[in-house]
Design a protein around this ligand. Structure first.
Ligand SMILES: C[S@@+](CC[C@H](N)C(=O)[O-])C[C@H]1O[C@@H](n2cnc3c(N)ncnc32)[C@H](O)[C@@H]1O
Length: 294
C-alpha cells in the first residue's frame, strides 16, 4: 500500500494528527494560515463545498494556505502545483508552527516546469485557486496556462484568482521589504533600486519573510527577490480580466482594492491614477456548464 493510502487509512481510524494554532510564532505562517486561507474560503466557499470538492492550487508555494484549508475549513482534497519545491518544507513547518506530526493525506503536491499542461492528469476538478502567483507567470504563458486550467475544471467549476501587489501600485515591485518608497520602481533606475537593496541592513518585516529565506541567506535572498522583481509580468487588473475571458472563463465576481496614497505628478502624467492606486484584484471565475448559475 502506498504511503499516502496508508496515511488516509490511519486518518480514517484515528483522525488527523493533533495540531495547536496557539504555537504559531512565525508571521509569514500566520498570514497564510489565517488571512489567506480565510479569504480563499470566503470566495470559494460560496460557490462550492470545500469539504467535498477536489481542489487544485496553482502556485501553491510552501502549501501553508492549503494546510489551513484542510485544518480550519475542512477541505479533503487539495493538489498543489508549483515550479519550485517550497512545499517539501511543509512537514517541518507544520511541526514547528502547529506541533503537528504529519501533514494530512488530503494534501498532495507536484513540481512542474513552467507551462506544463495539467489537464491530462487533473481533469474534472471542482475548484482552482491561485494566490499571488499570476503576476509571476511569463506573459506568453498566461493564455496557454489559463486555457489549461479551464480544461482542468469540470463544467460549472470555479477558479478563485488573487494578485497582490499589482505592478503599477505603490509597492508593486514586491521589494517593499527593502525599499519603503511608494512607486520607487516606476521612478528610479534598476541600478538605483538594486543599490538600495544591496545596502539594506537590519531586519525585514517578518510577515514578508518566507521559509526560503534561510536557504538563501541575507545576500542570496536579496538577489532572489530582485530577480523576481525583474521577471514580473506587469499585468494590470484589466489585462487579467481580458486574458481570463479569452481563456473561456466567465467572471462571476470581482473586487479591486486600492491603496490610499497620492501618486506623484510625474507618474500621473504617464499612467492613469486608478492604475497607480490599484493594489489588489480578486476574481471568482466560472467554467460554463454543469447547471451553474448563468
Ligand atoms: C509569491 S509566491 C506565492 C506562493 C503561494 N501562493 C503563497 O501564497 O505563499 C508565487 C508562486 O508562484 C509560483 N510560480 C511562478 N510561476 C509559476 C508557473 N508558471 N507555474 C506554477 N507556479 C508558478 C512560484 O514558484 C511561487 O511559489
Amino acid at each position: 500500500m502506498s504511503g499516502q493510502r496508508l496515511l488516509r487509512l490511519r486518518e480514517c481510524l484515528f483522525g488527523l494528527a493533533p495540531w495547536d494554532a496557539s504555537r504559531i510564532t512565525d508571521e509569514w505562517f500566520r498570514a497564510h494560515f489565517e488571512y489567506a486561507a480565510d479569504v480563499v474560503h470566503q470566495w470559494m466557499g460560496g460557490a462550492l463545498d470545500v469539504r467535498t470538492a477536489r481542489l487544485l492550487n496553482f502556485g501553491c508555494g510552501d502549501g501553508i494556505t492549503d494546510l489551513a484549508l484542510v485544518l480550519r475549513h475542512g477541505a479533503t482534497a487539495i493538489h498543489g502545483v508549483d515550479i519550485r519545491r517550497e512545499y517539501t518544507k511543509l512537514p517541518r513547518i507544520a511541526r514547528a508552527q502547529l506541533g503537528m506530526a504529519r501533514v494530512p493525506a488530503a494534501l498532495t503536491f507536484e513540481t512542474i516546469a513552467p507551462g506544463t499542461p495539467l489537464a491530462g492528469r487533473h481533469a474534472g476538478v471542482d475548484g482552482i485557486m491561485s494566490w499571488s502567483t499570476f503576476e509571476h507567470v511569463q506573459r506568453e504563458q498566461l493564455l496557454p496556462i489559463l486555457r489549461d486550467l479551464h480544461a482542468c475544471l469540470r463544467p460549472g467549476g470555479v477558479f478563485f484568482l488573487q494578485i497582490e501587489p499589482l505592478f503599477f501600485s505603490p509597492f508593486g515591485s514586491h521589494l517593499r521589504r527593502y525599499d519603503d518608497v511608494p512607486w520607487h520602481h516606476l521612478l528610479a533606475s534598476e541600478d538605483a533600486l538594486w543599490r538600495i537593496i544591496q545596502n539594506h541592513e537590519g531586519p525585514i518585516d517578518a510577515a514578508e519573510v518566507d521559509f526560503g529565506f534561510a536557504d538563501f541567506g541575507v545576500d542570496g535572498y536579496k538577489r532572489f527577490v530582485f530577480k523576481e522583481y525583474q521577471a514580473l509580468n506587469r499585468l494590470t487588473a484589466d489585462e487579467l480580466v481580458g486574458v481570463v475571458q479569452q481563456a473561456g472563463f466567465a467572471v462571476e465576481r470581482q473586487e479591486r482594492r486600492d491603496m490610499d496614497l497620492q501618486p506623484p505628478p510625474e507618474l500621473l502624467a504617464r499612467y492613469p491614477e486608478e492604475l497607480l492606486r490599484n493594489n489588489e484584484v480578486f476574481l471568482l471565475l466560472r467554467k460554463a456548464g454543469g447547471g451553474a448559475p448563468a
